[in-house]
Design a protein around this ligand. Structure first.
Ligand code: ASP
Length: 583
């Protein structure tokens, strides 16, 4: 623990009964003031460690948020006046003399209770005085320190890469910075240090890491800001297994430092399994409710709804009680997510041969065999609810995955940490309107060796079946990070660019330096990056990463404190060779 120095001898929140009798000097802000008559005041003085009550026997004009220095003697509180809600509630400072270091205007936001988000960010420096923000930023600092410790211990070298770069494709829009010295030209701010870390591998650094700031011009969400920090890592002469091990070690150590216990075994599942069992490539495994395939039960069904390529379902334990309004709401959500509808059945006692009886609009179209087999397949019993989606397989998976979260997901701070690795992601996730496949990770990801030929000869929709050597780390349904084995061979890299529809000239212009580097002895290499904001939020039990960022942007990407983004003077624009088009 660091010692109080300078104007003070002790921190407020650390004083306790063991200090009784000691003269101390504390500094901080007046959290609350209560006066008793003319000559007695109780000042609660707050610093980053907590609050201590100071009893002042003189007339004093110290209001809320004044900055004070108090000299006094620690004493146990009189019988019956201890405050168990306060860490220092057994003691107080007596015989106090108070020096006002700085008066304060009445503050525009309360430091307790709910405050409008915009106001919180407008006065973020006051908001930071809240115990919650103090705690969160300290957790974050420990996360950073622990990551560095773990990466250093594993032989990774910290390297800083530039902020003014050429575009790095990570699938988002770039923030661009106009160049004054090269009018008409622009730098991009890095979406990630991806290309530099690969060049570090060509440069023989062997193991690289960086706590890197990345910038992506995407819509903001609870788990996404324009700029974020990631642990970025890369290693030569290793494959996916080793990277998974390095990163698991780093995350586990970090979790240990912050919570007192390491992560434990982190399961690994393939992307296909994740989609099949959870309907998501970032499954929240804190709860079960796995998706169960029932397609074969309906092979000869009379029920039209189930005459489709795939019927899958989930069981809502105890869900038979669910009201009609809630079911209608869920049905509407499923339709919004792309399904034709939601088939649901309440299970009651009294079916044939001791099986539960199905009660739902569709049960009358189902044969007795189907009725008996369904709850058995899902392991459901009387009192539960079964929900089915009948459609194409990918759609049934996706919709049930969302339904599962809606019905079962606990708040982020409950149920502990459930990490897992998802491996063998597809190489491409989509085919755009121009017929070009979109990389699921980024274009530098090595295809699965068994699918390489397929990539060369394949085409169209079948490309979506090419697996990659990419892997994600997921915790509590949050994608904490991703990585991959990289292409280190110019010919394969060119093939992937060609498959992506990037023509040779553009490849040369944007990535010629990388392909050239590969020609000079690039070692096989692989890497990963995970979001530090997300990890810190999980460990702080926060749903929104803004709560672990000192100065975040609002949902609309603005900073109400400094008024960014803001206009630039015409003279400055002219210097950059820019002119605004009248809107
Ligand atoms: N560059 C990737 C990203 O920032 C991570 C990686 O592949 O290492 O998402």
């Amino acid at each position: 623990m660091n010692e109080a120095r300078g104007l003070r001898t002790r921190y407020c929140g650390e004083l306790g009964a063991a200090d009784a009798g000691s003269p101390v000097v504390v500094c901080g802000w007046v959290d609350r003031r209560r006066t008793h008559g003319e000559h007695l005041a109780f000042l609660d003085v707050r610093d980053h460690t907590g609050v201590v009550q100071c009893v002042v026997d003189e007339r004093i004009d110290a209001r809320s948020e004044y900055v004070v220095r108090v000299a006094g003697v620690v004493r146990e509180r009189p019988e019956g006046t201890a405050n168990p809600a306060l860490a220092t509630g057994e003691i107080e400072l007596g015989d106090c003399s108070v020096e006002i270091l700085k008066r304060a205007e009445p503050i525009p936001i309360p430091l307790q209770g709910d405050v409008d988000e915009n106001l919180r960010l407008r006065y973020r420096y006051l908001d930071l005085r809240r115990a919650r923000m103090q705690r969160n930023l300290r957790i974050r600092a420990r996360v950073n320190a622990a990551i560095r410790e773990a990466m250093d211990a594993q032989g990774f070298v910290e390297v800083e890469t530039p902020m003014l770069v050429a575009s790095t494709p990570e699938g988002a829009r770039d923030f661009v910075v106009p160049s004054r010295l090269h009018p008409g030209n622009f730098y991009a701010l890095p979406q990630s240090p991806q290309l530099f870390k690969q060049l570090c591998m060509v440069g023989g650094l062997d193991r690289y890491y960086q706590i890197a700031r990345c910038l992506r011009d995407e819509d903001l969400r609870a788990d996404r800001q324009f700029e974020f920090m990631q642990l970025d890592a890369e290693a030569a002469f290793v494959g996916a297994e080793e990277v998974i091990d390095f990163i698991t070690t780093a995350v586990s150590h970090t979790v240990d430092v912050v919570t007192g216990s390491p992560l434990g075994e982190v399961p690994i599942i393939t992307w296909n399994d994740a989609m099949d069992r959870y309907g998501s490539d970032k499954p929240d495994t804190r709860f079960g409710m796995e998706l169960v395939d029932c397609t074969d039960l309906f092979a000869g069904t009379q029920a039209r709804v189930f005459q489709v390529p795939c019927v899958k379902g989930i069981t809502v334990a105890g869900g038979a009680e669910m009201g009609r309004n809630r079911i209608d709401e869920l049905t509407a959500s499923c339709k919004r997510w792309g399904a034709k509808g939601l088939a649901w059945f309440r299970l009651a006692e009294g079916g044939e041969d001791g099986a539960p009886a199905l009660d739902g609009a569709l049960s009358k179209f189902m044969s007795p065999t189907e009725q008996a087999a369904l709850p058995q397949r899902l392991g459901a019993s009387a009192g539960d609810m079964i929900m089915l989606i009948a459609d194409e397989r990918w759609l049934a998976d996706r919709v049930l995955g969302l339904l599962r979260l809606e019905l079962g997901r606990p708040p982020v701070s409950e149920g502990g940490l459930a990490p897992l690795w998802v491996v063998e992601f597809p190489l491409f996730e989509d085919i755009d309107e121009a017929g070009n496949p979109q990389p699921a990770h980024h274009p530098f990801t090595m295809p699965h060796p068994d699918d390489l030929d397929y990539l060369v000869r394949g085409g169209g929709e079948s490309l979506l079946r090419v697996r990659s050597q990419a892997y994600d780390l997921v915790i509590n349904g949050w994608e904490l990070g991703s990585g991959s084995v990289r292409i280190h061979d110019a010919a394969i890299q060119k093939q992937v660019f060609a498959t992506l529809g990037i023509d040779a000239d553009e490849v040369e212009r944007r990535f010629g330096f990388l392909l050239e580097a590969f020609g000079y002895g690039a070692p096989p290499h692989a890497g990963f990056a995970f979001g530090i904001d997300r990890l810190a939020a999980l460990l702080a039990g926060e749903e929104n990463i803004r709560e672990v960022i000192a100065f975040p942007k609002t949902q609309s990407g603005a900073d109400p404190l400094t008024s960014a983004p803001s206009l630039v003077e015409p003279a400055h624009l002219a210097e950059l060779g820019l002119r605004l088009r009248p809107s």
